[in-house]
Structure formats: C-alpha cells, structure tokens
Ligand binder design. Structure first.
Ligand code: IPE
Ligand code: IPE
Ligand code: MG
Length: 237
C-alpha cells in the first residue's frame, strides 16, 4: 500500500456540462467523492491523503464559480469535521490561507485544532495552494530563521519550512479528468512519486478506480536513481 496518496481532483466542470448542469453541480458531486476517498483510505490503511481542492490560479475563474466554491468549502467544513474527528482523521489545510474570508479561515483553524490528536489518517486539503508559492514561502521562512547564515543552503534546510513537511513525499499521485499535467501542485514533493492519470472525471471516480490506481502503483519498480539489479540484490549489482 502507498503511505501517501496525492490527488488532483479534476473534471467536475466537464462532468456537469455533460449533464447540462451548471459547473457547480459537478463540484457538489465532487465533495461526495472526497467522502468516499477518505473512507477508502481508512479502510486500506493509507496514512496520508492530500487533495488539491483549489489552486492559486483558480482565482482566475469567473467570480461566481469562485464564490460558490468557497461556499462549498465552508459547508463541507461545517458538516464534516465531527465525522472526520470520530473516524480518527486529522485535517490540515495547506496553502496561502490569508486570501480566504475570515469565517473560512476560522473554520479551518477550528477543524485543524479539533482533529489535531488524530492519527488514523492525515487528510490534507490544498487550498489556494501552488507548488511555486510553497517553495518561495519556504525559502523566505528559511532565510528569516537564520539571518546570519549566508550561502551553503541544502535541501534539508528548506524541507522543514515547506507546507507538507509533516508528511513523507507522496508515493502515488493520481490526476483524474484526463489532463496529464501537474498544474502547479506539489512541485518539490512529487520528485519521485509514481504518476497515475485517468480519463475518469472526478465525480465518476470511485473505489474500484482507486484500487486500479493502487494496483498500477504496486507494479512499478521505484528505483530512485539506482539500477534494477541493485534493487533485486542480484550478484552483478
Ligand atoms: C476540478 O474540476 C475542481 C477545481 C479546480 C476546483 P474543474 O472545475 O477543473 O473541472 P473541469 O476541468 O473544468 O472539467
Ligand atoms: C487543478 O485543476 C487544480 C485543482 C484540481 C484544484 P485545474 O482544472 O484548475 O487545472 P488546469 O487549469 O486544467 O491545469
Ligand atoms: Mg479542470
């Protein structure tokens, strides 16, 4: 089993369009799928699930869609925290949260505090998140923490300041919706993740498809730069 699964939940709009529904209907359905995925991760003993819910670039969408997405986020937090908590899920939200309205920021803070001692599943929602933003905010924090130091910075110096520093790097990355790109998601952390793309739109995704992605992951050989022979311990290694 992968320890950490990261997902770009894409295709809500197209799912709705196919049904002659407004885009937001796809987002509503998409929230249901988040519930299903959380359940699936709990059942499979996956430790970390990280979901891309809203990118730094998604502010470029029509104002009405952005505002409906924010309302959905608020509603989901209000409705789901209790259940997440009773299921042993620890919630975190990563991203530049200052741009959200105060009510949403407060809900996020309360949800994180309430679930802070849970250990069964680490659920992280990336909201107003961008991989480049993450690296830059990490760099700024790193430099501010040791203003006297100059030069010779290492990867290990930066890592504690990145948003996902609490988690191991994703083992499996899934993107639904058919696009085969990262869209400024976890740029640093996906360096060695196994990538899985599926044409299924996010509202059509399900546990069966999730298991297909996991099965694909389980067949990959993760070499991290080494040779196949080294990994299998054969004599010519
Ligand atoms: C992903 O679905 C959800 C968000 C980005 C919030 P989209 O809304 O991008 O759906 P498509 O790609 O237009 O189908
Ligand atoms: C990526 O989806 C972000 C989320 C799923 C939250 P987009 O639909 O915004 O990505 P692009 O614009 O097609 O790359
Ligand atoms: Mg999209």
């Amino acid at each position: 089993m992968p320890k950490h699964v990261a997902v770009i939940m894409d295709g809500n709009g197209r799912w709705a369009k196919k049904r002659f529904l407004p885009r937001v209907a796809g987002h509503v359905k998409g929230v249901e799928l988040v519930r299903e995925m959380v359940r699936a991760c709990l059942e499979r003993g996956i430790d970390y699930l990280t979901l891309f819910a809203f990118s730094s670039e998604n502010w470029r969408r029509p104002q009405e869609e952005v505002s409906l997405l924010m309302q959905l986020f608020v509603k989901a937090l209000e409705q789901e925290i209790e259940k997440l908590n009773s299921n042993g899920v620890r919630l975190r939200v990563v991203g530049d949260l200052q741009r959200f309205e105060p009510r949403l920021q407060l809900l996020i803070q309360k949800g994180e505090e309430k679930t802070a001692n849970n250990t069964r599943l680490n659920l992280t929602i990336a909201a107003n998140y961008g991989g480049r933003w993450d690296i830059m905010q990490g760099l700024n924090c790193m430099l501010a923490a040791q203003p006297e130091k100059s030069g010779d910075w290492t990867e290990a110096d930066l890592e504690p300041w990145l948003s996902m520093s609490f988690a191991p790097e994703p083992d499996l990355f899934i993107r639904t919706g058919g696009e085969e790109r990262i869209s400024n998601f976890l740029l640093w952390q996906l360096a060695y993740s196994e990538l899985y793309f599926t044409p299924s739109l996010w509202p059509d995704f399900n546990t069966l498809e999730f298991d297909k992605a996991i099965a694909s992951y389980q067949q990959r050989e993760r070499r991290f730069g080494r040779t196949s022979e080294q990994l299998s311990g054969k004599p010519d290694a």
